[in-house]
Design a protein around this ligand. Sequence first.
Ligand SMILES: Cc1cc2nc3c(=O)[nH]c(=O)nc-3n(C[C@H](O)[C@H](O)[C@H](O)COP(=O)(O)O)c2cc1C
Length: 151
Amino acid sequence: MAEIIADVRTRTERPLLAKLAPNDPDIGATARVAAEAGVDGITAVNTLPGILLDPVTGRPGLGAGPGGVSGPALFPIGVEAVRRVRAAVDVPVIGAGGILRADHALSYMRAGADLVQVGTGSFADPRCAERVALGIAGAAAPDPSAPPSAP
Ligand SMILES: Cc1cc2nc3c(=O)[nH]c(=O)nc-3n(C[C@H](O)[C@H](O)[C@H](O)COP(=O)(O)O)c2cc1C
């Protein structure tokens, strides 16, 4: 990882982020290696490997077989990863994993995230990131299902 980051660093002045895996037994140490190799920030976390198997047939529940677990199951894992990364490095940290609401994002920020990412939440609700951003700012997000207000 350090070799790849150092090489990419010589090829661009654009912001360079390393995105780390949650199933890393020492994610803080990995973040430190990435920071020392020249990244501008760390994103924590990517998905966790997982698979669904039909209990009767044994067939995978998803067409590709194994895949990446994202969304709510990843939330506490991501927050803990951000806490560990924050303790290890001084570069900006982007928190990701299971953010569906503003309070999820705020938990990541409490753990030390400077920025947050909304991934899976956007599949369920394309305006999820907007709701989260408005919630963080303390503004009430408009409810799209609410009837038009009276003039
Ligand atoms: C369908 C899907 C595709 C993804 N593709 C990528 C990808 O190409 N590169 C990457 O770094 N992370 C990818 N991710 C991981 C997400 O960016 C994110 O780190 C992870 O899903 C946790 O956040 P979430 O729970 O908000 O989705 C993907 C996730 C999903 C669900």
